[in-house]
Write a protein that binds this ligand. Structure first.
Ligand code: ATP
Ligand code: MG
Length: 561
């Protein structure tokens, strides 16, 4: 990891760990895990959890496992598993061990029988609707299931037959026998096992007609792996008593402790796997790695560097409450990082031909251009300068609108970056009256020197028409144009999709970029940061993605300027 990275700031979880170490708890061990369910791609919220869990393991010489929480076979698959592994590594972390909760299915089954034998679990025949009815509400206690008092023998027999595949899906479940009157609904005899006979599991195939539930699996997997600090998001606070109940009532190899922290919520996007899945399946984006997606695969393809993401996670910190983080914060981390690391290049996004009439037709001059204005170690390159060039349409106006105008106007002058001052004396128009070509002259005395007796303030970028390379340039912007998509009465989050989140243009880039490949990122001078698209770009057909603009163009809109 680069030395620029700030040391991880302390937070309440690190304070707890410091205290545990000071007290000699867990034999001085620190063991965490990151436990995604492989039912989608990882998103920015997961990055927060990854940086927290793996960061602690790194800083305390501890361990951090990657564990797939794979108890819902219908929703999970190998593509998701592979993407999660790739994303964790891309973020810069390596797991101590890779596990699947399904590795523990046999052990979990043994634990369930142990609970049954101790009279702490029973097979229940209520259907889903009846279960809901019996469960009660936040204000009313639940009622005991009529099957709650089955004998240990009957429960063991039924549970074994559940495992043997004798019953239909939904016919029976195994429940913990805790307290139907508990004010905490999670303790009202929660389900431990359900029947899924038809499911084919990506790891265990058709070996199991029954599957353990999340809370049960999660707790016992933590215990099985010797996790010391089990970190999860705040919505699991109410599950902690159940977590502890399992640990107290089973003979487990260790006693992990659960701590909850606030989830990451980010403006102008959605961070829920359900919504991200819908964006993909409903075709609002072009797959999980669409550069507008807040998935790690998406932002990687967008050109966000992993260092910037780690830096962002360090800046937002870890607290005990959920908060909304401004998108600008993430974008600033990205800009800061790319400003120091991205080589400069010239690209014209909407080309306008310039003919320099007093420049010889067959001449090619090689102009030296620094790859980075503040970092000589990044070297320099040669830019071919020729009679015919392209500049950006946005850099020309027939009549300068005011005295501050610093671009090219008819009968005006401008400097071409790293090259000469040119003067425009004619704007050639097509039948529709659009300017299609500029007739100019150049001043041969102005290479690296100010012109005689006059001031030329403006500097614009350009590309040689004969040497430049055509490129498809994808101008990505925020996927939503509201800070909280779907906020407001009866408003669907889809209504806040930004229709201009992708604009594709055909540009011309300087010749030195003809052979670039992903994951290269450049600053196209005066335009922003652009990366080579990892999926579609090739030397035959260059495709660049706009990673981010040079400045925050949304601040004005939000009135934050
Ligand atoms: P989602 O709510 O998007 O479906 P999830 O919590 O179901 O996400 P998991 O695969 O279970 O997704 O998440 C793995 C880990 O990542 C969990 O420990 C979870 O707490 C953490 N995590 C998920 N979303 C966020 C978030 N927005 N901020 C911080 N941590 C998160
Ligand atoms: Mg989850």
């Amino acid at each position: 990891m680069s030395t620029r990275e700030p040391a991880a700031a302390s937070n309440f979880i690190r304070q707890i760990i410091d205290e545990d170490l000071a007290q000699g708890r867990n034999d001085g061990r620190v063991a965490t895990r990151f436990p995604p369910e492989p039912n989608g791609y990882l998103h920015l919220g997961h990055a927060k959890s990854i940086c927290l869990n793996f960061g602690i393991a790194r800083d305390y010489q501890g361990t951090c496992n990657l564990r797939f929480d794979d108890t819902n076979p219908e929703k999970e698959n190998l593509e998701f598993i592979e993407s999660i592994k790739a994303d964790v590594r891309w973020l810069g972390f390596e797991w101590t061990n890779l596990y699947y909760a399904s590795d523990y299915f046999e052990q979990l089954y043994e634990y369930a029988e142990e609970l049954i034998r101790a009279g702490k679990a029973y097979v229940c025949d209520l259907n889903t609707e009846q279960m809901r009815e019996y469960r009660g509400t936040l204000t009313e206690p639940g009622r005991n299931s009529p099957y709650r008092d089955r004998t240990v023998e009957e429960n063991l027999d039924l549970f074994r037959r559940m495992r043997a595949g004798e019953f239909e899906d939904g016919e029976r479940v195994l429940r913990a026998k805790i307290d139907m009157a508990s004010p905490n609904i999670n303790l009202r005899d929660p389900t431990l096992y359900r029947i899924r006979r038809g499911a084919v599991h990506h790891q265990t195939g058709e070996a199991w007609p029954i599957y353990p539930m999340y809370d049960y699996t999660h707790t016992l997997s933590d215990a099985q792996e010797g996790i010391t600090h089990s970190l999860c998001t705040l919505e699991f606070e109410d599950h902690r008593p159940l977590y502890n109940w399992f640990l107290e009532n089973l003979d487990v190899p260790c006693q992990p402790r659960q701590y909850e922290f606030g989830r990451l919520n980010l403006e102008y996007t959605v961070l829920s796997k359900r919504k991200l899945t819908e964006l993909v399946t409903e075709g609002h984006v072009d797959g999980w790695d669409d550069p507008r997606m807040p998935t790690l695969a998406g932002i990687r393809r967008r050109g966000f560097p992993p260092e910037a993401l780690r830096d962002f996670c360090a800046r937002i910190g870890v607290t005990k409450s959920d908060g909304m983080v401004e998108m600008a914060m993430l974008e600033n981390s990205v800009r800061e990082h790319l400003d120091t690391t991205a080589p400069r290049a010239m690209a014209v996004l909407s080309p306008l031909k310039v003919v320099i009439e007093n420049y010889p037709e067959d001449r090619v001059e090689r102009m030296t251009a620094a790859n980075h204005p503040k970092d000589e170690s990044m070297g320099a390159r040669q830019l071919p300068f020729t009679r015919e060039l392209y500049i950006d349409q946005a850099d020309f106006m027939e009549v300068a609108p005011n005295k501050k105008y610093k671009r090219l106007a008819l009968d005006g002058e401008v400097r071409l970056r790293n090259a000469y001052v040119i003067h425009c004396h004619e704007a050639v128009k097509n039948a529709d009256g659009e300017v299609v070509e500029l007739r100019c002259t150049y001043d041969a005395e102005t290479l690296g020197a100010n012109p005689e007796g006059r001031k030329v303030k403006g500097v614009i970028h350009w590309v040689s028409a004969s040497h430049g390379v055509p490129a498809e340039i994808r101008l990505y912007d925020r996927l939503f144009n509201a800070p909280m998509p779907g906020a407001g009465k009866d408003r669907d989050w889809r209504q806040d999709l930004n229709p201009e989140s992708l604009v594709v243009v055909r540009g011309i880039v300087e010749a030195s970029l003809s052979k670039v490949s992903a994951p290269a990122v450049f600053q196209f001078e005066r335009e922003g940061y652009f990366c080579v698209d990892s999926r579609d770009s090739s030397t035959e057909r260059l495709v660049f993605n706009r990673t981010i603009t040079l400045r925050d163009t949304w601040a004005k809109i939000a009135g934050k300027d």
